[in-house]
Design a protein around this ligand. Structure first.
Ligand SMILES: Cc1cc2nc3c(=O)[nH]c(=O)nc-3n(C[C@H](O)[C@H](O)[C@H](O)COP(=O)(O)OP(=O)(O)OC[C@H]3O[C@@H](n4cnc5c(N)ncnc54)[C@H](O)[C@@H]3O)c2cc1C
Length: 325
């Protein structure tokens, strides 16, 4: 596969249906690897849709949020297996991120910035590169003011790196380096809430600095934030529809009352950039606003009604966020 999420524990259907992503400015989200789908629709018909034959209907169905029916088969684009290695750097000054964001993101096949928004720094920079001639990252001891880590690290520095994929430049297969967390071990903190917003790439630094200004409100409830890049695609409900994005992710402590109050504050800050929320994480953006930032929503509703005229596959999430508009 061209990419994976931070954890390998999720299902292919769930990941693709919610436009789950990894990082890498040349890498589309995981749903972009789908080349064909088989769906059992509400009336019980088996429908096959493919990139080659079904054009727009296929592009509408891939990030389907479960609204079209039960996906029973997925065909994915694959490639010859490849090896990767990753290095972690600590304490990248925020000023360096601001001045060199593009160069930092271009330094590897997949780059993640982890920050707690404290002390004007990015706590950890994870750089994953393919072990191929001409592509490998040259792991200098200092990277834009950050220092190369001397041991494996967890994105939440207090937690054990035993749960994380091997770092320190040790080569390994793509499926054991692209995710941050190891199969068979607890991913992230285990008990947490998550939110994530996709911001058009050209607003990256502005949006990051807007969140940094909220640090005193955000930090008490936060475990860690992660910033990634994703290439544009043509999937109707993908947050990267027709625009390359950065994502700003929040791993929250498990206090929904507090997080619920904070999300509108963050969303207000990101609204000028027309930020789109991750479908599989917590957000409070209104259905009307969602409709205005997802231009293909009316087409998606029409497509869903074709396959599920009675709304058999609707749940509260879909009724509120998609079909109420
Ligand atoms: C620790 C942690 C780390 C994460 N890291 C990332 C990350 O790096 N990047 C990222 O983008 N997200 C990330 N997420 C979010 C995660 O990828 C999404 O929540 C994803 O949907 C989870 O996949 P799942 O298989 O558990 O989904 P499920 O909850 O099983 O499915 C999600 C939705 O997909 C649809 N669906 C699932 N199966 C089918 C089917 N067979 N037919 C039709 N519809 C179906 C349904 O609408 C369902 O509600 C993370 C989540 C956690 C908990």
């Amino acid at each position: 596969m061209h990419n994976l999420a931070s954890l390998p524990h999720i299902s292919i259907a769930g990941a693709c249906s919610t436009a789950t992503h990894g990082s890498g400015e040349k890498n589309g989200n995981l749903a972009t690897a789908v080349s064909a789908l088989e769906i059992v629709t509400a009336p019980g018909e088996v429908v096959k849709l493919s990139r080659q034959q079904d054009g727009e209907a296929f592009l509408g169905a891939v990030v389907g949020l479960g609204a079209l029916g039960v996906i029973t088969k997925i065909t994915l684009d694959i490639q010859p297996t490849f090896m990767m290695r990753q290095y972690v750097y600590e304490n990248l000054p925020l000023a360096e991120m601001k001045d060199h964001f593009d160069a930092i993101q271009a330094s590897g096949y997949s780059v993640s910035l982890f920050t707690d928004w404290q002390n004007q720094r990015i706590n950890e920079v994870w750089i994953k590169s393919r072990v191929e001639e001409g592509q490998a990252f040259n792991a200098t001891p200092v990277f834009f003011g950050a220092k190369r880590a001397t041991k494996n690290l967890h994105p939440i520095a207090e937690l054990s790196a035993e749960n994380c994929t091997e770092q320190m430049g040790v080569p390994g297969p793509w499926y054991e380096r692209l995710p941050h967390f190891r199969m068979g071990f607890t991913p992230s903190a285990g008990k947490e809430l998550q939110s994530e917003y996709f911001v058009p790439r050209h607003h990256a630094v502005e949006a990051i600095l807007a969140i940094e200004r909220l640090r005193d409100q955000v930090s008490p409830h936060l475990m860690i934030s992660e910033i990634r890049t994703i290439a544009a695609d043509h999937l109707w409900l993908s947050p990267c529809y027709e625009q390359p994005c950065i994502t700003i992710h929040f791993t929250w402590k498990q206090d929904w009352l507090a997080v619920r109050k904070l999300l509108p504050v963050i969303e207000k800050e990101l609204a000028p950039f027309k930020a789109r929320p991750h479908w599989g994480k917590l957000f409070t953006i209104s259905p009307a606003e969602l409709k205005s930032i997802y231009k293909r929503m009316p087409d998606f509703i029409q497509l869903s009604r074709k396959y599920d005229p009675q709304g058999k596959f609707r749940n509260e999430f879909l009724s509120t966020n998609v079909f109420s508009s």
